[in-house]
Design a protein around this ligand. Structure first.
Ligand code: NAP
Length: 304
């Protein structure tokens, strides 16, 4: 970790920058960026679940060099090229209004990266993060990956890594997005689901009906909807749950797991006492780690 620090960053080169939502009609602008790190000491040191830092060029409103921004890696440990020379990340343009005068606000780093062209040099740090990675012996486990929005990035890297290694791990990838057009890497995951029996892909759309005719739902809605497939996977003692995306999703996931799983299976992922269980409809995020305690088989990385 931290091969390059903000005080001593490295230089890498953009090699690809393309739209990665299911359609150009998506509500947001999300791009898949590939970065050549072959001239740096990052080679062989970047694994999915970690982030790399990017320092945008120029200075902030106070005349100081911009601070580093972290972006989740979307590539497997072997990189996009199989040699660990090309890593990737998934960037959503931050476009908003200033709350006071309603003028346009453009996120500095996300728009710098989304505007970058192949050949452009960028200033990088990292890698950062050690908790949200695959376990030491990945083939010893099965996986339920649950993402919303750009939280999909680490799971693209992890799924590719597990499937490329030809590990027999079973993987269920659950993805929540506002509309079908917003599903990120959708084509790639659909293709993987058709070519790999051990990989299943479950989408949840929060602002429109589902492909299977069900009403709008958050990603945790797929737990009861697809329990025939997910139930046996969750019952396996090998299974690990990884959650990445928007803050708030994790408590909804814990509620659905509690409603849908038999007590002995649930106990593999959550410790809850009877009083807490009785008040399930009122659970809030603040109860996590206090009354609603995930076990070591649940990994979370959520951001507001
Ligand atoms: P997005 O496209 O807006 O999609 C987010 C989806 O989650 C929407 O369908 C949204 O539904 C839904 N949602 C909202 N509240 C929810 C809840 N309580 N439970 C379940 N689903 C919920 O996503 P985005 O703009 O890319 O944002 C993704 C988030 O992931 C950001 O907060 C980002 O910081 C975080 N992220 C974290 C990491 C990391 O930790 N390493 C990496 C990447 C991204 P509605 O909008 O229809 O309510």
């Amino acid at each position: 970790m931290h091969v390059y620090k903000p005080t001593n960053p490295g230089k890498a080169v953009i090699t690809k920058n393309e739209v990665c939502t299911a359609s150009r009609k998506a509500a947001g602008f999300v791009r898949h960026l590939e970065i050549d790190i072959s001239g740096t000491d990052l080679v062989g040191k970047c694994v999915p679940g970690q982030s790399i830092g990017v320092i945008p060029p120029g200075v902030d409103a106070n005349g100081k060099t911009h601070k580093v921004r972290l972006y989740s890696l979307a590539s497997p440990a072997a990189g996009e090229d199989g040699q660990g020379h090309i890593v990737s990340t998934t960037v959503k343009r931050t476009i908003d209004e200033h709350w006071d005068d309603h003028s346009l606000f453009l996120g500095v780093a996300s728009n710098f990266l989304c505007d970058a062209r192949p050949g452009d040099e960028i200033t990088v740090t990292g890698p950062a993060g050690k908790r949200f990675v695959l376990p030491e012996n990945p083939a010893d486990h099965d996986y339920v990956f649950i993402a919303t929005g750009t939280g999909i990035a680490p799971f693209r890297g992890m799924a590719l890594e597990l499937l490329q290694a030809d590990a027999q791990s079973r993987i269920a990838l659950m993805m929540g997005a506002p509309y079908a057009t917003d599903l990120i890497y959708d084509d790639q995951f659909r293709a993987l689901a058709t070519t790999h029996e051990n990989f299943s892909y479950h989408t949840a759309l929060s602002r429109q009906g589902q492909e299977d005719g069900k009403d709008r739902m958050y990603v945790q809605g797929r737990i009861p909807a697809d329990i025939d497939q997910l139930g046996p996977l969750l019952a396996s003692e090998r299974t690990l749950i990884y959650i990445c995306g928007i803050a708030g999703m994790e408590i909804g996931i814990f509620q659905e797991l509690t409603r849908c799983l038999p007590p002995d299976v649930l106990a593999q992922y959550l410790h809850i006492d009877d009083d807490t269980r009785a008040g399930i409809d009122e659970w809030t995020r603040r109860m996590i780690h206090k009354q609603v305690k995930p076990t070591r088989r649940v990994m979370m990385e959520v951001y507001a």
